[in-house]
Ligand binder design. Sequence first.
Ligand code: SAM
Length: 262
Amino acid sequence: MVSQENSIGKPLAAASWLASHHQAKFPERTAFAKRLASLKPRSIVDLGCASGLWLETLNQFLPTECEFIGIDSDEELLNMAVQRSNFWQRKVSFLQLDLEQEAFRIPPSDLTLAFNIFPYIRNLDSFVNILSQRTPRGTLAIRQYDGASIRFGPMPTSKRQAIEIDLRVATENSQRFYHYDLDRTYSVLRHSPYQQCSYEFELFERFSPFPIDFLPYYEETLLWTYQFLSKKTADYFRTWIDADPLMQNRYFYEVDLVALLS
Ligand SMILES: C[S@@+](CC[C@H](N)C(=O)[O-])C[C@H]1O[C@@H](n2cnc3c(N)ncnc32)[C@H](O)[C@@H]1O
């Protein structure tokens, strides 16, 4: 079982998985961190900060006067974030909160980050409402992946669709998180009290030969997917993986919703 769970059982939130993910997407994440820095926030709250990888990237581009507050419910990940932050020359604190139960305790800030945290929040409408009621409201930055906009290939469409159906049914049945959350996120944001909203889709793409920094994330994504497949689909998927062991004719892409609300 390739659970990729963190210490409190949240799927796709293990420290090593988040590190592979971060390493694979480092160029894109660095570009986004620079963009956020151009907003000149004096304080940043990172919701679901995990081991602090995003804050570490932002630490390179924000002036030392900008305060960082990381929030997560997983103590083990927060301890890693604390370690990571030891050498940062700024005011930094971390709060252990269950965002679903204790959203009212999220402090206000100039910039609030909600990066791939919404899939764990059942009542998203209420959550975004609570965020918007803080004073000052500040900017809310969202990055949201979706299981349906992650694609590896090339492979016949019928095979890809069989893989996608097995994965969707298995993750939906588990009811542990919303692996397909882009549309729910978009709808909630469109109806939220925030007045200024910008939306875009950000493409993450890699073509073989894959960069070395991308390989762990790619291989872990394949393995994670594989475990949810029915025998017939899994057998095909294994044959597809084995058919190109050196990964010479492969592509991967993923599309995230990126929104800035204020
Ligand atoms: C997929 S990770 C995202 C980490 C980081 N924001 C990123 O984009 O790389 C989700 C994080 O949210 C945290 N999380 C999930 N549900 C939570 C909740 N109800 N309250 C606080 N943190 C939660 C998990 O512990 C995990 O660290």
